[in-house]
Design a protein around this ligand. Structure first.
Ligand code: SF4
Ligand code: SF4
Length: 136
């Protein structure tokens, strides 16, 4: 049986040199799709991944990450777009890294595709109408 999950990896920058992706692919047969990666000013790494693979190998891959001191959490928050509140200003569409929030042309209407959202929260911080919310 196979699994496919979106997870958030948090780690110290000092392990950035570790061949994490290589090992997940080569040693555990997992297919990582990197949705977001960044290292913040406090030198903490943050990686949002979609990981697919065989169930047992997936569990072993998680153990491998934990053994490196990497915390792995399910990406279970989701962003909800409240269309009624949206002023169609378009601010979020310029910030959204995945085009989950996008401006349709030529109508110039904003739309939201939850499947593309990686919960980076950029839109939550920028929306003047509080038309995007985080749900758990
Ligand atoms: S949280 Fe907002 S800005 Fe980030 S991907 Fe989702 S819709 Fe786009
Ligand atoms: S920033 Fe807020 S109000 Fe503006 S288009 Fe995006 S969701 Fe709508």
């Amino acid at each position: 049986m196979t699994v496919s999950k979106k997870v958030v990896l948090r780690f110290d920058a000092k392990i950035v040199d570790q061949p994490i992706m290589y090992s997940l692919i080569k040693d555990y047969g997992l297919i990582p799709n990197i949705l977001k990666a960044e290292i913040n000013p406090h030198k903490q790494g943050y990686l949002v991944l979609e990981l697919s693979g065989e169930n047992q190998k997936y569990a072993e891959g998680m153990e491998y990450l934990n053994s490196l001191g990497i915390s792995v959490d399910a990406l279970d928050e989701k962003v909800v777009w409240l269309e009624d509140r949206c002023m169609q200003c378009g601010v979020c569409t310029g910030l959204c890294p995945t085009q989950a929030l996008s401006m349709n042309r030529p109508s110039m209407e904003v739309s939201f595709d939850g499947e593309k959202c990686i919960v980076c929260e950029m839109c939550l911080k920028s929306c003047p109408a509080k038309a995007v919310e985080l749900r758990f």
